[in-house]
Design a protein around this ligand. Structure first.
Ligand code: FMN
Length: 184
């Protein structure tokens, strides 16, 4: 079974990210093709990147980095669930990504973003070069949600958002198989 890590990367006490990530998790579980590792970066509570060496060297010195490295290494694909802050990604996702290097390489990644009118597009565009330099391979489409609304605390996607998430899940399987032989 493919191991999919879902990373919830808004960490405020009150956050739209939690119900959105709940939807993503429910959909991925219902799909049935994945073993899910759900990471809430608020719970993981990584400090700001504090390793003395470049992550490429994998000479980690802190227990939190070693634990994060092992968890990411074990994953076959990633869904990064993060909001747009000031026309860019949330600092939590960048920090979590920056800790590691080879653990991300040649693995598929998809994004689920939200914000105002743009639906988180600028957060998404800002993240693209970050995952590129790490040798990750993006799904063709990413989920965009403008002005997300909750119904009794629950986020329900529209047809387009559900369809894009489904396409991402399909790509995690196909890209995952194609990339596996290329992983170091
Ligand atoms: C610091 C900050 C900056 C924001 N900047 C933007 C922005 O540039 N574009 C946008 O569409 N929404 C922006 N927003 C609105 C957020 O997209 C919205 O508050 C969303 O709910 C944030 O996700 P969260 O609740 O999970 O933290 C910003 C919100 C915050 C807190």
């Amino acid at each position: 079974m493919s191991k999919l890590m879902i990373v919830l990367a808004s960490v405020r006490d009150v956050r739209m990210g939690a119900p959105i990530a709940d939807w993503v998790r429910r959909a991925a579980e219902a799909d049935g093709r994945f073993e899910i590792d759900f990471v809430d970066l608020a719970e993981l509570a990584l400090p700001m990147m504090d390793e003395p060496n470049h992550p490429r060297l994998k000479q980690y010195t802190k227990p939190h980095t070693i634990a994060w490295s092992e968890r990411v290494e074990a994953a076959d694909a990633f869904l990064f669930v993060f909001p747009e802050y000031n026309h860019s990604y949330s600092p939590a996702i960048k920090n979590a990504v920056d800790y590691l290097n080879s653990e991300w390489v040649r693995k598929p990644v998809g994004f689920v973003n939200w914000g105002g009118n743009s639906g988180g597009t600028r957060a998404q565009v800002a993240m693209k070069p970050v995952v590129d330099i790490l040798g990750m391979v993006q799904t063709r489409g990413h989920v965009e949600i403008n002005f997300p609304q909750l119904d009794d605390g629950v986020f329900e996607p529209n047809e387009q958002q559900a369809m894009v998430l489904g396409a991402q899940l399909d790509e995690f399987i196909s890209l995952g198989e194609a990339l596996k032989p290329l992983r170091g």
